[in-house]
Design a protein around this ligand. Structure first.
Ligand SMILES: *Cc1c(COP(=O)(O)O)cnc(C)c1O
Length: 237
């Protein structure tokens, strides 16, 4: 067994254990393997171990990998900050975008999504940590944005995503994830039902699953520690 396949198995066990502890069916929690900065060969190895969904943060890097591995029929998720001048390749190559945080981006994705492709699945990124973090719509502005995005053609609003501030404080992790779940429940009470909570990363999988995550986005625990210098170069492209 390669280390990537062993890591995938260990992450799967963490998810299943956390789900059982929360009285949830482990099958409700999907795993998105975050392959940013790792070469196509690492993705190929994970795919050989059965992993189908991969997350990328940088447009050119993600498109290059999706192209190189097109024959594998993988599902690509864009999870990074998205500038409006880079939406076109994202609309073309990805099945999901988790990081929509303003209407202009969603409108461009809707315009640019090919009518012959299935609708682009989107999540709205919410800033649940307040001032400290930069990306994501403020919770107070979420309902209006969600309604506007849900009304766009060629997009399918699936849920909410968050990246709380990194912390080892398990109670704080739980509070942030609980906040995203509450926002999802409020939208549902208002008639906008969403099936996806994209939350939890390598260090806080357990807290996210305990609070209802349906998709955890895991990089380091699968592929290893990213090279910061390389990440800075890739991020600049
Ligand atoms: C990098 C990244 C992840 C994965 O983080 P790890 O700590 O490596 O598991 C998840 N989500 C987003 C948005 C990321 O940028």
């Amino acid at each position: 067994m390669t280390s990537i396949s062993a890591n995938l198995q260990a992450v799967g066990e963490r998810i299943a254990e956390a789900a059982r502890a929360a009285g949830r069916d482990p099958g409700e929690v999907g795993l998105l393997a975050v392959s940013k900065t790792w070469p196509a060969e690492a993705v190929r190895e994970a795919a050989a171990a059965g992993q189908r969904a991969f997350g990328e943060n940088y447009v050119q890097e993600g498109v290059a990998k999706a192209d190189a591995l097109a024959a594998l029929g993988l599902e690509w998720h864009f999870i990074g900050p998205l500038q409006s001048n880079k939406t076109r390749p994202v609309a073309q190559y990805f099945a999901w975008v988790h990081s929509v945080d303003r209407l202009k981006i969603a409108q461009r994705l809707a315009e640019q999504r090919d009518v012959h492709l299935p609708p682009l699945n989107v999540c709205i990124q919410v800033n649940v940590s307040g001032e400290g973090s930069k990306s994501g719509v403020a919770p107070a502005d979420l309902p209006a944005l969600a309604r506007a995005v849900a009304a766009l053609p060629r997009l399918r609003l699936r849920g909410l995503m968050c990246i709380p501030e990194p912390t080892g404080d398990a109670a704080l992790q739980r509070r942030r994830f609980a906040e995203l779940r509450r926002l999802r429940d409020d939208l549902a009470a208002d008639g906008l039902a969403l099936d996806t909570l994209s939350m939890g990363m390598s260090h806080d999988i357990e807290a996210a699953v305990a609070e209802g995550a349906t998709m955890v986005r895991v990089g380091t625990a699968i592929f290893g520690t990213r090279d910061r210098a390389r990440e800075a170069v890739v991020a600049g492209t």
